[in-house]
Design a protein around this ligand. Structure first.
Ligand SMILES: Nc1ncnc2c1ncn2[C@@H]1O[C@H](COP(=O)(O)OP(=O)(O)OP(=O)(O)O)[C@@H](O)[C@H]1O
Length: 459
C-alpha cells in the first residue's frame, strides 16, 4: 500500500554533455514536485554519486571523453537497480538499441517529441517499480506465513490459540512472555514471533539464563571492556548489543539473580547498556521475549522476582500447553520429524503404522515435543522397512515418568516400610513398633513380595 502511495516519487539523475539540453530535460522533469532531479555535466561527478542509487538515469549517448557503453557498464555495476534511459541522436539509434541489450531500459531519440516520450517512460517506470515493491512485500508476507506454518506443526484447538497470539505479538512491538513445560516449544515460538515481525532481517539472539553463573551472565548480556576483570583480554560485545534492532530471547528468566534483575530493569528503562568496566553507555533497541517453566507471579509473591521487572517484561503472554493436551498434534509432529529425519539422513521416506500411532497417542510425554522427537528419530533408525511399527517406538527408556506423582497409596506404604526395614537391619518387630502397625501386616507384605528381606536376615 505504502509503495503505491509513493508511486510519483523518484530520484532522477540526468547525465548530459550539452548544458542547454540538460537544463531543458531537468526543467521538464521537475514539473512534477515529487521528482528529485539532479543534472550532471561531468561524468566523474556522476559516477561518484551513483552510490545514491537513483531510480532513473537519463544517459546522453554522446559524451566527450567516454563511450556510452563504458558509462552504462559502470552504472550497471554500481547502481544495478536504476532504470537507464539512453538519449541518442538519430544517427546513433542502432547503438542505442545495443545498449538496451546490455541492460538499458529504453532509449529516446533527440527530436521534438523527446520530452513527451521521456515523461511517459518515466511514468511507466515508476508504476512498474511500485508494483514490484508491492510484490516483494506480498512475497515476504507469504514467506513469513509459510515459515510459521512449516516449523510450528499443530492444528489442535489449544495450539491454534497459541498461533493466533503469535501473529498478534509478531505484528506489534511489545514484549512477550512465554510459559510452558520443558520441551513444549518456547524457543521455537520466540523465533516464530521474530521471523514474522518487522525485525525479521535483524538478529535473533537467545541467552539461557540458567546456563551461566550470575557473574558471567552480566558480561554475557551487557558486554565488557578489555581488562574489566581477570581474563577479560579483549572487549566483548554483549548480547543486548548483538541483538540491537532485533529480538533478544531470555530463556529461563526466572533463574536470574535478584541483583542482575535490577540491572536488567535499568537497561529496559533507559534503553541503553553499560558494558562491565566501562563508563560509557550504548543505546540499544531490542524486543525482549522471555520464557520460563516457573509461575513468575508466584516467584514475585515469594520475593524471588522483582515485581517492577515482571510487569515490564510481561507484554503478550503466551502459554504453551503440554503435548499430551494437544491430541492428534502428536501424530502431525511425529510425521514431520520422521520426514525431516529421513531427508537429512538420506533415508527413504518412512511412515508410522496405525499401531505405532496408537502407541504414541497413549503416552503422556513428560518431555513434550523434545521427547517425541527423540522417540521418533530413534524409531526411524530402528525400523527395518518403510514402515515404522509399534515395536520400533521405544518409550520406557526415554520417558522418565514422574513416579512420585503417579504412585498409589499402597506403593507409598510399601516404600516407607522398605526404607525402615533397610535402616533398622530388617528387624520386623522394631519397625512395626516404630511405624505403629501390627508386625503381621509387615509379614504379609513380605509374603506378597511387596517388601524385601535379604535371605540371610530372615529370622
Ligand atoms: N509445534 C511444534 N512443531 C514442530 N516442532 C516443534 C514444535 N514445538 C517444539 N518443537 C521442537 O521441539 C524441540 C523443543 O522445542 P524448544 O527448544 O523450543 O522447547 P522449549 O520449551 O524452549 O524447551 P526448554 O524449556 O527445555 O528450553 C525443538 O527441536 C523444536 O524445534
Amino acid at each position: 500500500m505504502s509503495s503505491l502511495q509513493n508511486e510519483s516519487a523518484a530520484k532522477i539523475f540526468v547525465l548530459e554533455d550539452d548544458l542547454w539540453y540538460s537544463q531543458f530535460l531537468s526543467y521538464h522533469l521537475s514539473t512534477n514536485p515529487d521528482h528529485q532531479v539532479e543534472v550532471f555535466n561531468s561524468v566523474e561527478e556522476f559516477l561518484g554519486r551513483l552510490t545514491e542509487a537513483p531510480t532513473i538515469i537519463t544517459l546522453d549517448y554522446h559524451l566527450p571523453s567516454v563511450t556510452g557503453e563504458e558509462v552504462l557498464q559502470q552504472i550497471l555495476q554500481k547502481s544495478p537497480k536504476s532504470y537507464i534511459i539512453v538519449i541518442s541522436g538519430q544517427e546513433d539509434i542502432r547503438k542505442a538499441v545495443s545498449l538496451m541489450k546490455m541492460g538499458a531500459y529504453d532509449y529516446i531519440v533527440k527530436n521534438e517529441e523527446t520530452k513527451d516520450r521521456l515523461w511517459s517512460i518515466v511514468e511507466k517506470i515508476k508504476h512498474n517499480k511500485s508494483l514490484q515493491q508491492e510484490l516483494e512485500v506480498l512475497r515476504s508476507e507469504v514467506k513469513q506465513k509459510y515459515t510459521l506454518g512449516s516449523e510450528l506443526v499443530g492444528s489442535s484447538e489449544p495450539i491454534k490459540k497459541v498461533f493466533q497470539l503469535v501473529e498478534k505479538a509478531a505484528a506489534n512491538n511489545i514484549n512477550v512472555t512465554i510459559t510452558g513445560e520443558t520441551g513444549t516449544g518456547k524457543e521455537l515460538i520466540a523465533k516464530a514471533i521474530h521471523q514474522n515481525s518487522r525485525r525479521a532481517k535483524m538478529p535473533f539472539v537467545a541467552v539461557n539464563i540458567a546456563a551461566l553463573p550470575s557473574e558471567l551472565l552480566e558480561s554475557e548480556l551487557f558486554g565488557h571492556e578489555k581488562g574489566a576483570f581477570t581474563g577479560a583480554t579483549a572487549r566483548r560485545v554483549g548480547k543486548f548489543e548483538e541483538a540491537n534492532g532485533g529480538t533478544l530471547f531470555l530463556d529461563e528468566i526466572g533463574e536470574m539473580s535478584f541483583n542482575l534483575q535490577s540491572k536488567l530493569l535499568r537497561v529496559l528503562q533507559e534503553r541503553e547498556v553499560t558494558p562491565v568496566g566501562s563508563n560509557k553507555s550504548i543505546p540499544v533497541e531490542v524486543r525482549i521475549v522471555t520464557a520460563t517453566h516457573r509461575n513468575l507471579m508466584d516467584e514475585v509473591k515469594k520475593g524471588n522476582f522483582r515485581e517492577d521487572l515482571f510487569y515490564r517484561l510481561l507484554g503478550v503472554q503466551v502459554h504453551l500447553p503440554p503435548l499430551r493436551e494437544r491430541g492428534h498434534d502428536i501424530i502431525l509432529i511425529a510425521n514431520k520429524v520422521l520426514k525431516d529425519f529421513c531427508k537429512q539422513n538420506d533415508m527413504e521416506d518412512k511412515t508410522l503404522t496405525a499401531e505405532a500411532q496408537k502407541k504414541l497417542l497413549s503416552h503422556p510425554f513428560p518431555g513434550n515435543v523434545r521427547e517425541l522427537k527423540a522417540v521418533v528419530e530413534l524409531a526411524a533408525v530402528l525400523s527395518e522397512s518403510k514402515a515404522v511399527t509399534d515395536s520400533d517406538i521405544q518409550l520406557q527408556s526415554l520417558a522418565p515418568t514422574s513416579s512420585s506423582e503417579e504412585k498409589t497409596l499402597d506403593e507409598y506404604i510399601h516404600e516407607t516400610v522398605q526404607r525402615y526395614l533397610d535402616k533398622y537391619n530388617y528387624n520386623v518387630v522394631y519397625v512395626a513398633d516404630k511405624l505403629k502397625v501390627g508386625k503381621s501386616t509387615i509379614y504379609r507384605m513380605i509374603q506378597k513380595g511387596a517388601v524385601l528381606i535379604p535371605e540371610q536376615k530372615r529370622y
